[in-house]
Design a protein around this ligand. Structure first.
Ligand code: ADP
Ligand code: MG
Length: 258
């Protein structure tokens, strides 16, 4: 059975101010969705609600992963259920290498499926790590680095994508915030998603910029404006957006309303 992340009539507020005003979206395993929209329309708010960030209050609606309500779950539980949220571990942790971090993450994920799982052996883990790093064309030295310690923007992205490759989530949410997304980071994320996409992975990539979509061909494109998805389509919607800008979408909306 294919996994589905189902966002239903989601309303959320920040500091008492409503930001999300009824978001509906289904992301299925095997599909790549792009969520786009002008700045300040609630894209990152949606990502943070899915992550379980405490500053974002859900005021209505529901988010289900394979029919299970996830909004009541702690962030780590969501992750063990197969949801991947890229900015989950932003802090640097002294003395913890990328490899050790990934090893404990994979054990937690596998224990969710099999409570008696003994833990991945070092040789098996090393094989898996090497395989994934090669697939992502990453230098093997990276695994020995301390987690997030002095990582450049591109290295942070690399770490995220490697984490995603190792954890094999069913649904991944990537919020490509505008800050720090230089061409290098953009390329790393895009190539990573392209290498990992397939029938077992569903992706929701959140971005302000159409340019990421030059590297990733999404199956579906959605436009979020003022806290709601106001239009959905295929990749040609992103191209149209690139040509005509967000004001075009707004004008269309106004035409429909009047
Ligand atoms: P986007 O990612 O689409 O640019 P955001 O979700 O970041 O938009 O922001 C939507 C609105 O919510 C903005 O007006 C922003 O100022 C506000 N907002 C988001 N996060 C916070 C926060 N932690 N505290 C106060 N306001 C916030
Ligand atoms: Mg944002």
């Amino acid at each position: 059975m294919n996994s589905v992340l189902s966002i239903r009539n989601l309303h959320a507020a920040v500091e008492g101010r409503p930001i999300l005003k009824g978001v509906n979206l289904d992301v299925k395993q095997g599909e790549v969705h792009a969520l786009m929209g002008p700045n300040g329309t609630g894209k990152s708010t949606l990502a943070k609600v899915l992550l379980g960030h405490p500053s974002y209050e859900v005021t209505d609606g529901e988010v289900l992963l394979d029919g299970e309500k996830i909004l009541e779950m702690q962030p780590d539980e969501r992750s063990r259920k197969g949801l991947f949220l890229a900015f989950q571990y932003p802090a640097s942790i002294p003395g913890l290498t990328v490899a050790n971090f990934l090893r404990s993450a994979i054990n937690a994920r596998r224990r969710e499926v099999d409570p008696d799982y003994k833990g991945i052996s070092i040789p098996e883990f090393r094989k898996l790590l090497t395989e994934k790093m090669d697939m992502l064309e990453m230098s093997h030295d990276f695994a020995g680095r301390y987690l997030n310690d002095g990582f450049s923007g591109g290295e942070k992205k690399r770490n995220e994508i490697l984490q995603m490759a190792i954890l094999e989530p069913r649904i991944a949410i990537l919020d490509e915030t505008d800050s720090g997304l230089d061409i290098d980071a953009l390329r790393i994320v895009s190539e990573g998603v392209n290498a990992l996409r397939g029938p077992d992975l569903g992706v929701l990539i959140i971005t302000h910029y159409q340019r990421i979509l030059k590297y990733i061909q999404p199956d579906f494109v959605h436009i979020l404006m003022d806290g709601r998805i106001i239009q959905s389509g295929d990749a040609s919607l992103a191209e149209e957006l690139e040509e005509r800008g967000y004001t075009w979408v707004r004008e269309q909306q106004e035409l429909e309303v009047s």
